[in-house]
Design a protein. Structure first.
Length: 668
């Protein structure tokens, strides 16, 4: 693959074709369209491919789940150019791509535990940390749980699932807010991107958290699934030999680009001088004061027919502003997660005379808002931010909606001491000021906080939020490092198997030897009944009580006898299959199936493990160290499981030849 470009640049495809290069598009307008392997192969053979970051990520994961080389279609990654590179490599990098499947046994605890959590009160029966990212039961809450569930020893091993569901229900109640972290569409929970307010289609929270939110909202509980394959955007794009991208707001995170991706940030001067006016923030004590002050500016602009883009930090706030505008009789458009389908049309109208557009931080990123006739004379587009966003980059993106290509315009942000970013990261002095004066609100005479200390507090709060985002991305990368190493080993082994043209008897016998040796080492006091159970479960369904292998007098040579059974079965099935090609395919399938079952289990284990070790920091343990230690032990167990599954697949599978000549293999 020569280049990887995002879909909106495809208008340049004609130029590349004129230059003699082949061009392809890797996404379809129909989200339900399923490409064939032949179509995917043709797409990835093109010199230049226009696609999306998640499409490439999922193609990579699916490529490494196939059972035949004929179903692979990717070429080695070479050169990627990413539009809005900070949105992909930074904002989206905190959440890994996950392919889910293989449903779990469904729990029936979600609804009953949700009912219990509704009876609890914050600060008395459960607490949240200062950043409101972790929640736990207090001693009083534990006693309440013992009474509610009639458990004298709540933290016994038998009650592990109950404790886990209580944790999930508390997190769903306190850490995930409707219209801020998710919306409900068609009776389904749809997650929202915290940075831009977009619905993340096809994305679910892992480890039962999604089901806990469904229980909280009184919805039907969906099936829990296992994570089958996973990769972070950091590790995906670091596989490219060359990596580049474009963005208007990358300079503020240059250090992170260098550290994570070895990418320097070069600032290119604008085509025309920027004449937009970026006005200083207006800060108020309470949310109502901020709402009224910002609405006063919106009304002033509307009276002059100057177009307004009112940018909010959540779906909920965007709908509050919409209601206020309706009450004032101001016609407007709303762009949030509930009407993303109309985004292009709404943005196209946002620069017209008298237009008022309320939008979450998505605001048609990457699309110029063209000014209508006579708008430039009125001062251009007015961007009004209703709060400081979670990073300076997002603030800059919103300001950058106005003043494109030398157009006039201005930006103005409004902040209150009740904003989430101030509540989470504001100084103690700021919090004390809010508590003292929050009751003294006069909406007829709004009082703006003009002291420098408030501006400094807002800046520091935003910097703290940015730092948390950076730490979260670093954690995602560090936690994924163990999986990256394991994923590389497993995928390399799979690809080597897919390309082998010889029989795999040597590999099969080696796996069988390791498995049999481990069994004998773990059972030094072996009895005929224990041996019989092992052989019936792993090697031979038709074992007879008087078979020689069960004779205790021959246990000294048991390893050789069991390996002899494997060799005989390999020989028997080779005769059934007749041709060498069929034998190779059968043996390859036995080994691949074993690797895939073990790896899917391992991926799911690591996803669950990451959720578990995060809380170990409260017991003065390093979560990353604990994760890596557990991940290595888990990988070793996986390798043992793969050996066992190879043995079972070879020994207990059945081969049936149909009259048509077709061969059907059934695995245990």
């Amino acid at each position: 693959m020569s280049e990887l470009l995002t879909y909106e640049h495809y208008e340049l495809g004609k130029v590349y074709e004129w230059l003699g290069l082949t061009v392809a598009v890797g996404v379809n307008e129909d989200p339900n369209y399923r490409y064939t392997v032949e179509e995917k192969t043709a797409i990835y053979q093109a010199d230049i491919l226009y696609t999306t970051n998640d499409a490439v990520g999922f193609d990579y994961l699916q490529e490494n789940l196939v059972d035949s080389q004929d179903n692979q279609f990717l070429r080695p990654f070479n050169y990627a150019i990413l539009d809005e590179v900070d949105a992909i490599l930074l904002d989206s990098a905190q959440t890994p791509l996950i392919i889910s499947g293989s449903p779990r046994v469904q729990s029936n605890l979600f609804h009953v535990v949700n009912q219990f959590v509704l009876t609890l009160s914050e600060n008395s029966e459960y607490n949240l940390d200062d950043e409101r990212k972790h929640v736990w039961l207090t001693a009083q809450g534990i006693e309440q749980a013992k009474r509610f569930f009639e458990k004298s020893d709540l933290f016994s091993a038998d009650n592990y699932l109950l404790i886990r569901h209580i944790e999930l229900a508390l997190q769903a109640k306190e850490l995930f807010k409707i219209n801020q972290d998710y919306v409900i569409n068609d009776d389904e929970i749809k997650l929202l991107d915290s940075k831009n307010g977009r619905v993340m289609s096809g994305t679910k929270l892992q480890a039962g958290l999604h089901q806990a939110i469904e229980a909280k909202e009184g919805l039907t509980i969906t099936q829990q699934t296992r994570a089958m394959a996973s990769i972070t955007y950091q590790n995906l794009f670091r596989m490219f030999k060359k990596l580049a991208g474009m963005t208007g707001t990358g300079k503020t995170n240059e250090e992170e680009f260098i550290e994570t991706y070895n990418m320097t940030v070069i600032a290119i001067p604008t085509h025309r001088p920027i004449i937009r006016k970026d006005l200083p923030d207006k800060i108020y004590v309470s949310l109502p004061e901020k709402l009224y002050a910002s609405m006063a500016l919106v009304k002033a602009c509307y009276r002059n027919k100057q177009p307004v883009l009112l940018a909010t930090g959540s779906v909920e706030i965007s709908e509050i502003y919409s209601q206020m505008l309706l009450r004032e009789g101001i016609p407007h458009n709303v762009l949030n997660a509930r009407n993303i389908a109309k985004e292009a049309a709404i943005i196209a109208e946002a620069g017209q005379l008298g237009a008022v557009t309320v939008a979450t931080a998505m605001a048609g990123r990457g699309t110029d808002i063209k000014l209508g006739k006579g708008v430039a004379e009125l001062g251009g587009l007015a961007v009004i931010g209703t709060e400081r966003m979670t990073s300076r980059r997002i603030d800059l993106q919103l300001r950058g909606r106005a003043g494109r290509q030398g157009d006039p315009g201005f930006s103005q942000f409004f902040v209150s001491l009740e904003d989430d970013i101030i509540i989470k990261h504001g100084s103690e002095r700021t919090h004390r000021y809010y508590k003292k004066f929050s009751e003294q609100i006069d909406l007829e005479h709004l009082h703006e906080l003009t002291q420098q200390r408030f501006k400094t507090s807002v800046d520091k709060a935003q910097f703290s939020e940015e730092s948390q985002g950076r730490i979260a991305r670093l954690n995602a990368l560090e936690f994924d490092e163990s999986m990256r190493i394991q994923r590389t080993l497993v995928y390399e082994e799979r690809n080597k198997l897919l390309r082998l043209n010889r029989t795999l008897e040597k590999e099969v016998l080696a796996a069988a030897y390791r498995e049999i040796t481990l069994f004998l080492q773990q059972n030094t006091s072996l009895t005929p009944n224990l041996l019989k159970r092992y052989i019936l479960d792993h090697m031979n369904y038709n074992l007879k009580q008087d078979d020689d292998v069960l004779n205790p007098n021959q246990f000294d040579d048991l390893s050789s006898q069991l390996l002899g059974m494997v060799s005989k079965e390999l020989q028997r099935k080779r005769k059934i299959l007749e041709s060498t090609t069929q034998t190779v395919n059968f043996q390859r399938l036995c080994v691949l199936k074993a690797i895939d079952v073990g790896w899917v289990e391992q991926v799911d284990n690591l996803q669950q493990l990451r959720q578990v070790v995060t809380d170990r920091k409260f017991s003065q343990q390093n979560p990353l160290f604990e994760y890596q230690k557990e991940a290595i032990a888990s990988y070793q167990k996986m390798c043992q499981q793969v050996d066992q599954l190879v043995l079972k697949n070879i020994m207990l599978s059945t081969i049936k030849r149909e009259k048509s000549g077709e061969i059907i293999v059934s695995f245990p």
